[in-house]
Design a protein around this ligand. Structure first.
Ligand SMILES: NC(=O)c1ccc[n+]([C@@H]2O[C@H](COP(=O)([O-])OP(=O)(O)OC[C@H]3O[C@@H](n4cnc5c(N)ncnc54)[C@H](O)[C@@H]3O)[C@@H](O)[C@H]2O)c1
Length: 317
């Protein structure tokens, strides 16, 4: 069991990750470029935690857990020396990460697990700097770490998968949901997020809509579904035959970007049309359709109530 954790790079993400583990009852040591920087981060995460608790965002006792469980170290080496797990969250530059990972892996216990919070850099490329790379993997939190549940868990080819299991267990005990994926630049989250961003910028360039309208359409239409259903569940519910028809028009206008995916073509040819035929990307039987529709409707109405209650985000275009 992982009980002691070091976070190296105590900035925005590192501070949030330290809070997550302190709330989960773990002892956390943070390190940064200097002892003063680590101490300043510690004071910031303590202040933040007090505010979060006062605002009802952290549970009662959360600020106290952060104050008593997180400590600042004088150096990367001091933080890493006794930790069961070290998470690296320094700047997103491969040379800075390589240097930090070399120092971490030289100072850490041989049986310590080492994770990187990199957003986009290949874990295989980062592993080159780690002595004992079988104990190294990606552990990619999202911002703000205390409040976003999903974490990508990214072993590289040489990672001992028992370490990925241990990290996933820790994440589950910390109220997070680890999703294991294969190492590839951008991983899943950023490949998808940047694909959407890329297309959104093209729509602006082509004069189809401005940024405000695009954001509004995303939030109020398909983005409204995303807390409940991913792209495959959505496609299965829409009907894969419907998706194929839509691809025909998209493909005629944008043949390279929107060629019909082979997997979609194959499923439709095979009669697997999604929920209505009981086979598609998911295996939801047609009898489960009423239950699914009822859940979907309840979810969307609850979502709209939440948005009404919170009011619009204070975003200015
Ligand atoms: N900000 C996000 O939305 C986000 C989301 C997910 C992942 N990430 C990833 O998390 C990592 C950190 O991002 P951030 O947003 O927290 O950045 P940040 O600039 O807030 O924090 C980085 C911290 O690392 C410290 N640092 C830099 N070099 C160091 C070194 N050699 N040794 C020790 N500490 C060092 C800096 O002083 C700083 O405190 C990056 O890899 C980033 O891609 C960021």
């Amino acid at each position: 069991m992982i009980t002691s954790i070091a976070v190296v790079g105590a900035g925005y993400m590192g501070g949030g990750i330290a809070q997550v583990f302190a709330l989960a009852g773990r002892d956390v040591v943070i390190a940064d470029v200097s002892e003063d920087a680590a101490q300043a981060s510690l004071e910031r995460v303590r202040r933040e935690a007090q505010q979060f608790e006062a605002d009802g965002l952290f549970p009662e006792g959360g600020a106290d857990a952060v104050a008593t469980r997180i400590a600042a170290a004088a150096s990367i080496e001091e933080a890493s020396a006794s930790a069961d797990l070290v998470i690296e969250a320094v700047f997103e530059k491969i040379d800075v990460k390589h240097e930090a990972l070399t120092r971490i892996s030289e100072a850490a216990r041989a049986d310590a697990i080492i994770g990187s919070n990199t957003s986009t850099i290949s874990i295989t490329a980062l592993a080159e700097a780690v002595s004992g790379p079988e104990r190294f993997l990606g552990v990619h939190f999202s911002n703000p770490a205390p409040f976003i549940p999903g974490v990508e868990v990214i072993p590289h080819e040489g990672t001992d998968l028992a370490h990925a299991d241990a990290v996933e267990a820790l994440l589950a005990q910390s109220g997070k949901m680890g999703a294991r994926i294969t190492d590839a630049t951008g991983f899943v989250l950023n490949r998808l997020q940047y694909a959407l961003f890329h297309e959104a910028t093209q729509l602006i360039d082509e004069g189809v809509a401005d940024a405000e309208s695009i954001d509004a359409i995303v939030r109020t239409t398909f983005g409204f579904r995303l807390p409940f259903f991913g792209p495959f569940a959505i496609a299965d519910m829409a009907g894969l035959d419907v998706y194929r028809f839509c691809y025909e028009s998209l493909q005629s206008a944008f043949p390279e970007r929107f060629a019909t995916p082979v997997v979609l073509e194959d499923l439709v040819e095979d009669g697997a049309l999604g929920v209505k035929s009981g086979r598609g990307f998911l295996n939801a039987a047609p009898e489960s359709l009423p239950e699914l529709v009822a859940y979907r409707n309840r979810a969307y109405v609850a979502m709209q109530k939440l948005i009404d209650e919170l009011g619009p985000a204070p975003v200015r275009y």
